[in-house]
Design a protein around this ligand. Structure first.
Ligand code: PEP
Ligand code: MN
Length: 453
């Protein structure tokens, strides 16, 4: 920290500043110029003498290092990887997707969602049990019962779970039920809560306050870190601006900005960030492209009937489509095989050639239908917890397609065709699976064995 004295500050004023610095066990280095004196302050926690700016003769106090030490990259240049259950997030780990309902509403709702998101490749299950709602008349969450149902759905699918804690007194019970504690946007400035989660042994997902600057957010992280918990993940969920077409303005620049300032992992929440189902997918893809370590997405079996955040929750098929697109981004990052040299056949009789093309198209349509039937049969034969498609086999197929030599189609064109076939098959599988889930739900309701929502 540097203290700049006013021009003409007296010797007594300068001495008083120096004494104050030394009284706090810090060192003062004076640099006496022709017009003014500048004093360098060195030592741990220089913020303790920030009040110097109000002493007589002081013009300005300039902070040189970041006010957040434990969170800063300055003091911790290597990026941190945080473990949530067995899932690692940040510092070179693959993009992780956390997904689940805004609120836990019933056993059926959260367990069906858990099975679905796991099958589509999510790594962590989310679900609110204590909901910080704007109105006291809105659904407030199922409380402890919600936490228990979430934990049960997590255990049933093998997914670690995250849920929002709203009161310091809840930390103990959260520690027993969840793998990560979420501090919501409305509580980012709740310093008592920040200190309480700082004493938890579980990692913390710290959402950005909707009116907070990045520095204030990092200072909130500092509260948790300095209370003894080193496992903090930051979550950008949109800030309030003058723009009314979205619920919040999703600040994706926060990702590269935070990369420079902090070593902590960064997750993006495009659900709360936009407030609209149709905007979740594009912003999730943008977040992945800009280098987020993870995404957190709201998914519901029947979005229009969700008891909170219905407008921004994705349906099962919509979530599946998003995951497909994210997977395709991974493909794009892989090196593309060299383009095979084209071999052009000389055209003979136009009519005869067109007839043959029609014939091939008819056979292709029949083959596609056959493939989709087989894919749906595979889906129905699998146990319900299995991942809906075998990513390794799909990759192998695309790699084979890209590697065939001597084809008229380029590697990218063949990849494009096979990619579309795979997406269409998955989409048919998903529809069949969603219909089966619905039937199972109706049967449970009819038998009266499920608890009421
Ligand atoms: C939530 O994740 O359900 C939530 C309430 O988020 P936020 O604190 O970002 O509004
Ligand atoms: Mn929500």
């Amino acid at each position: 920290m540097i203290v700049v004295m006013r021009t003409g500050a007296t010797g007594d004023e300068i001495d008083e500043v120096r004494r104050t610095i030394e009284e706090h066990s810090l060192e003062a280095f004076l640099s006496v110029g022709e017009e003014r004196t500048v004093i360098g302050v060195v030592g741990p926690d220089v913020e303790r003498v920030e009040h110097i700016h109000s002493l007589p003769g002081v013009e300005q106090v300039i902070r040189v290092s970041k006010p957040y030490k434990l969170a800063s990259r300055e003091h911790h240049p290597d990026r941190t990887r945080v473990k949530v259950g067995s899932v690692e997030i940040g510092a070179g780990a693959p993009l992780r997707v956390m997904a689940g309902p805004c609120s836990v509403e019933s056993r059926e709702q959260v367990s069906a969602t858990a099975r679905w998101v796991r099958r589509e490749g999510a790594s962590v299950l989310r679900g609110g049990a204590f909901k910080p709602r704007t109105s006291p008349y809105q659904f407030q969450g199922l409380g402890i019962e919600g936490l228990e149902l979430l934990a049960e759905a997590g255990a049933g699918t093998g997914l670690p779970v995250v849920s929002e804690v709203t009161d310091p007194g809840q930390v103990e019970v959260f520690d027993q039920h969840v793998d990560m504690l979420q501090v919501g946007s409305r509580n980012m400035h709740n310093f008592v809560l920040l200190r309480a989660v700082g004493q938890s042994s579980k990692p913390v997902l710290l959402k950005r306050g909707f009116g907070a600057t990045i520095e204030e957010w990092l200072m909130a992280a500092e509260y948790i870190l300095s209370s003894g918990n080193p496992n903090v993940i930051l979550c950008e969920r949109g800030i309030r601006t003058f723009e009314p077409s979205t619920r919040n303005t999703l600040d994706l620049t926060a990702v590269p900005v935070l990369r420079e300032l902090t070593h902590l992992p960064i997750v993006i929440d495009p659900s709360h960030g936009t407030g609209h189902r149709s905007l979740v997918r594009p912003m999730a893809l943008a977040a992945a492209a800009v280098g987020a370590d993870g995404l957190i997405i709201e998914v519901h079996p029947d979005p229009p009937r969700a008891r909170s955040d219905a407008d921004q929750s994705l349906s099962f098929p919509e979530f599946g489509d998003l995951m497909d697109d994210l997977r395709r981004l991974e493909y794009l990052r892989e090196p593309v095989a060299a383009v095979a040299p084209p071999s052009v056949a000389a055209p003979v009789e136009l009519e005869r050639l067109r007839d043959r093309i029609d014939d091939v198209d008819a056979r292709l349509a029949a083959l596609l239908e056959e493939r989709a039937h087989l894919a749906v049969a595979v889906q129905q034969t699998r146990s319900s917890g299995d991942h809906g498609h075998d990513v390794a086999r799909e990759r192998a197929l695309l790699e084979r397609a890209a590697a065939s030599e001597g084809s008229v189609l380029s590697a990218q064109e063949r990849e494009m065709v096979f990619g579309s076939i795979l997406r269409a098959s998955r989409s048919a599988q998903r529809r069949s699976s969603a219909a089966a889930e619905k039937t199972a739900g109706i049967e449970v309701a009819a038998s009266g064995s499920g608890p009421a929502a």
